[in-house]
Design a protein around this ligand. Structure first.
Ligand code: M6R
Length: 606
């Protein structure tokens, strides 16, 4: 998943390309590069690592050209170095690419036999040479259509040509791509976010389409090369200003913003004066839905797993959950009366989008739970439930997780009520508790004193485990994911009751184990499982909720107590110390907290 940008203008474009690349860094930060056309030549400047490195290159300031393309990379083929950085160019053509060309090895052999010389280890370079090869005998449009036909896999492309100094070509299959319109200049970008400082007028390309961007107009074509008309959409012109403020990292700020995330979500969906939940314009009748399938990746998948427990508790719906990358290739039994829910912060995750696409092709009911409402997943779903948590910059998802599980909980409550699966009085009680939740999260956030010192033990360990049962199990998985993602410490999330079926063998003297044991229905069972790991030498960090009852166990290394609420809502509170544990652990190790190694915020390749 990489980010691409293109600008065709009357003014020099390199500075604006760099600015847009900074906005696209959430898609990848392995390398950055730019190519412009000037004086009849393609000029390229590339560097390893962040856009800042590229900007520091002394040649950038004087880079000429009123037409150019830029790229930030998340490496798929070939190491993360400047040689493999995009753009990739021949003498005639320069290309930036987001996606994966699956048949690149075969195409490369074919092109080498034709005399083409390759400089990088990337799959992208075959695109450059294929176009160059076709241009020997074809015009530009048929070189493009022929090249696109030969490519297997996914791509969003930006292409400039030495001999066509007045245009940029954009093409899309699988990976998102938008065109933007400005005064005497036009743009190409991976998303509208990258274009927002320049325009709020955009057109999104559909799969198979390509476009030619001139300074004063844009032409669109279908796969066969026939011209088509496309709508120009006007997005809100407000550019969201989001900075770190006094925080050291976005993640720290985003953790602290969680009470606001919850307040926003509750304000949006809970009608406090009538004690009800409003989900306006829900497009289906309640008796048309008898099951629900929730799909996501990473943290969003953990939200789906969390929701499974709530939907089973509060509704009579059959509940299935799936990891998007698995769902998309399985032989699914599509059911007309099933509601398919796609959970994604970015709304651009390639696997989740492909799973949605599959459901749409099978005429299923689709609903998106997303943060970015202009995203591909939001645009393509029948119905959208925004999570309203504001921009999330940290690669590790924090406030978006609480935002997702809040909306899914609200949906479960409402469907339970509509289906008469829960009584009105119980519904009202749960609604009352829900309204208190932001305050409880705020109070839980204030108790961080011990976590900083506790994190040292995790940093010194070979590995760690996170255990929970019932409602706490998805949170154990999420806690483990946060720790490994940020601190590069091996961390495994496990249902506490499963330990004796194998993983108990991992426990050795001094191994840190987080046990989530709030005083819910599972409490006594989890405490017994905790004893089993303590007996084998584990250093247990117990996370529970405040209670007048003493903790029924001995030899616990450390205990953290979160605030108390009803069983349904405890997962929100248990999440907080786990996010902080991961944060402090990475902070002590001096790692890049907002941009952990090998990752990207938006995963737009499968
Ligand atoms: O944008 P999405 O919610 O679809 O992203 C899904 C995952 O890539 C994401 O949650 C990832 O697991 C996070 N980095 C975890 O903190």
């Amino acid at each position: 998943m990489c980010g691409i940008i293109g600008i065709n203008s009357n003014r020099p474009v390199s500075a604006s390309i760099i600015n847009s690349l900074k906005k696209l860094e959430y898609r990848g930060y392995d390398s950055a590069g730019i190519a412009t056309l000037s004086k009849g030549l393609i000029n390229e400047i590339k560097s390893e690592g962040r856009v800042d490195n590229l900007e520091k290159n002394s040649l950038i300031k004087n880079m000429e050209g009123t037409i150019g393309i830029g790229h930030v990379r998340w490496a798929t083929h070939g190491a993360a170095n400047s040689l493999n950085a995009h753009p990739h160019s021949s003498q005639n053509v320069s290309v930036v690419h987001n996606g994966i060309i699956e048949n690149s090895t075969i195409l490369k052999k074919f092109l080498i036999n034709k005399g083409h010389k390759f400089k990088s280890q990337t799959d992208t370079e075959v695109i450059v040479h294929l176009i160059t090869e076709h241009l020997k005998s074809e015009d530009m449009i048929s070189s493009i259509t022929k090249t696109l036909k030969q490519l297997h896999g996914s791509f969003a492309l930006g292409i400039i040509f030495k001999d066509k100094p007045d245009l940029i070509v954009g093409a899309r299959r699988g990976s998102p791509l938008a065109v933007g319109y400005g005064p005497n200049e036009n743009y190409l970008g991976s998303d509208s976010y990258a274009l927002k400082s320049m325009t709020n007028k955009v057109t999104y390309l559909n799969d198979g389409e390509f476009c030619i961007i001139k300074k004063d107009y844009v032409e669109f074509f279908n796969e066969g090369g026939t011209k088509i008309n496309k709508k120009v959409l006007e997005l809100s012109s407000e550019e969201e200003k989001y900075d770190k403020g006094d925080y050291k990292h976005f993640m720290a700020k985003e953790i602290e913003e969680q009470p606001t995330t919850l307040k926003n979500g509750i304000k949006e969906y809970v009608d406090t004066s009538n004690n009800d939940i409003n989900i306006y314009n829900f497009p289906w009748k309640i008796n048309e839905i008898s099951s629900i399938t929730l799909i996501g990746c990473g943290t969003a998948y953990h939200s789906c797993l969390m929701a499974k427990y709530w939907f089973e508790e509060l509704t009579s719906l059959d509940v299935n959950i799936d990891i998007a990358s698995e769902f998309r290739y399985r032989k699914n039994r599509f059911k007309k009366e099933c509601l398919y829910v796609f959970v994604s912060q970015s709304g651009e995750t390639a696997d989740t989008f492909a799973a949605l696409d599959l459901c749409k092709k099978n005429n299923m009911k689709t609903c998106a739970v997303v943060n970015v409402i202009e995203s591909s997943i939001a645009r393509d779903s029948d119905f959208v439930l925004p999570i309203h948590c504001g921009t999330e910059i940290g690669v590790a998802s924090t406030k978006a997780f609480l935002g997702q599980i809040l909306i899914l909980y609200i949906l479960a409550l409402k469907l339970g009520l509509l289906k008469n699966d829960i009584e009105r009085n119980l519904f009202l009680e749960k609604l009352k508790d829900l309204k208190e939740l932001p305050k409880l999260v705020e109070q839980t956030l204030m108790t961080d004193n011990k976590i900083q010192s506790i994190s040292t033990t995790f940093n010194e360990a070979k590995g760690s485990m996170f255990l929970g049962r019932g409602f706490s199990f998805p949170i154990a998985l999420e806690g483990a994911l946060k720790l490994k993602e940020l601190s590069y410490i091996h961390a495994e999330g496990y249902p506490a009751g499963e330990m004796k079926h194998g993983p108990l063998a991992l426990i050795e003297e001094g191994m840190p184990v987080v046990v989530l044991a709030p005083r819910d229905n599972y409490y006594k069972k989890t405490i017994s499982n905790m004893q089993e790991v303590i007996a084998r030498g584990a250093k247990v960090l117990l996370i529970t909720n405040k209670s007048k009852d003493e903790i029924i166990s001995e030899n616990i290394w450390e205990t953290i107590e979160v605030e108390s609420t009803n069983d349904d809502l405890l997962p929100f509170l248990l999440t907080i110390p786990l996010q902080k544990l991961a944060y402090y652990s990475a902070l002590k190790k001096g790692f890049d907290i907002d941009k952990p190694r090998n990752l990207a915020k938006s995963v737009t390749v499968e």
